[in-house]
Design a protein around this ligand. Structure first.
Ligand SMILES: *Cc1c(COP(=O)(O)O)cnc(C)c1O
Length: 387
């Protein structure tokens, strides 16, 4: 079955690991805390629609995305799954939000009024989560008395189901988290006294969800953890990386001492060298800055450095230490921790970024292959591959 894929460069996603991570997060959260599974940016590169059932069947209470296009993609396959848009939606697109029963983040009275009108027109409820800015200064009602009055008015608008009230932590340090949390709770309590009660108050993401049990409230919004990317400091939770990025050697060159490789001949052979060409590059989402010996891939259990400038679609590796390497050999670009290949944590450190960016930047070019642990790969996007 594997050869039906049109590319040797593939992203393997272990659905059993996603399921195990989801169950671990839900178990940590406990029966009274809903887990919003964050699948923005195409499920952090893993394929949002493909992993959605695994998440929902293993404890997710809802799916959270960044924008309307992402929400509609999920609703197309799974109209019954609750989907929250954590960003704002332009006014002109709000009719679609109501039509598809998508849960919308709101941080102005004006947009709530627009949603209310649309809900009444369409004879539907517009479900919203109201965002409150406790210091991140990205989205949210500003922390001032006028906002509370406006939120109170939103709660009584016809057709509006204000299910959630939430904020987002800057994660600067414990003191700043605490200041944000206190500001959030003061606002939630004041709203309660004004008669506004929310089923879901939430502020914690993956890191804070593990580190600060007292911030879990009614819901946590976890992305990174579901993919096995750990960022927590104090708490602990066993999650396993679900993604493996792999390819095969497409060509081997014999480069003579003193000859160059790739653009500008940045790398020149110190000795006669066997150089492997691999069919992946920065257009697949691998960081270009990991050329010139920084990045390493795993071939036959040994690490080979990426040499010279990393190209858009290909790169070259030094095979000096792996004389047995042949064209067609499997190459692990990012391992999932089960071998000696660099994992996403190591790659992100080398690239000077965070783990989320490493996976979110993976492009759609490498096909996603969904596997169950050690079973044979099952190819979900096979049909797309063949058309
Ligand atoms: C992306 C995002 C999250 C999830 O962040 P992780 O660190 O991946 O858990 C939570 N809340 C909001 C508002 C987000 O944008």
């Amino acid at each position: 079955m594997e050869y039906t894929l049109l590319s040797d460069t593939q992203i393997l996603v272990d659905l059993d690991r996603i399921a195990g991570n989801m169950r671990a997060v839900k178990e940590m959260a406990g029966p009274h805390v809903t887990v919003a599974a964050v699948v923005k940016a195409d499920g952090y590169g893993h394929g949002a629609a493909a992993i959605a059932p695994t998440l929902m069947e293993n404890g997710a209470g809802l799916l959270a995305v960044a924008n309307l296009a992402e929400a509609l993609e999920l609703k197309k396959s799974y109209p019954q799954y609750p989907v929250l848009i954590m960003g704002l939606t332009p006014d002109r697109l709000l009719p679609l939000v109501v039509e598809h029963g998508i849960i919308q983040t709101v941080d102005t009275l004006r947009q709530a009024e627009t949603l209310s009108r649309l809900a009444v027109q369409q004879k539907k409820a517009a479900i919203i989560h109201i965002k409150y800015d406790t210091g991140f200064h990205r989205l949210g009602f500003p922390a001032e008395p006028k906002s509370l009055e406006e939120i109170r008015r939103i709660c009584s608008l016809p057709g509006i189901d204000a299910q959630g009230f939430y904020s987002h932590l800057a994660l600067k340090d414990d003191a700043s988290n605490k200041a944000q949390f206190s500001a959030f709770m003061r606002a939630a309590d004041a709203l309660g006294q004004m008669g506004c009660h929310f089923r879901f108050r939430h502020i914690a993401d993956s890191i804070s969800g593990v580190d600060d049990p007292e911030y879990r409230l009614d819901m946590i919004r976890t992305g990174a953890l579901l993919y096995g990317l750990k960022g927590f400091h104090r708490g602990t939770l066993t999650v396993r990386q679900a993604l493996t990025f792999r390819t095969r050697i497409s060509h081997i060159s014999h480069v003579k001492k003193g000859e160059g490789v790739s653009y500008d001949y940045v790398w020149t052979a110190p000795e006669d060298t066997r150089v492997g060409t691999l069919p992946f590059g920065y257009a697949d989402g691998y960081p270009r800055c990991l050329g010139n010996g920084k990045g390493k891939v795993l071939i036959r259990g040994k690490r080979a450095p990426v040499i010279g400038v990393l190209c858009m679609d290909q790169c070259m590796v030094d095979l000096t230490d792996i004389p047995e390497a042949c064209v067609g050999d499997e190459v692990i670009i990012y391992g999932n921790g089960s071998d000696d290949a660099p994992d996403i944590q190591e790659i992100s450190q080398l690239a000077g970024t965070n783990k989320n960016e490493i996976v979110a930047r993976l492009t759609k070019r490498p096909p996603r292959v969904y596997i169950h642990g050690d079973e044979k790969p099952c190819i979900i996007n096979e049909k797309e591959e063949l058309t």
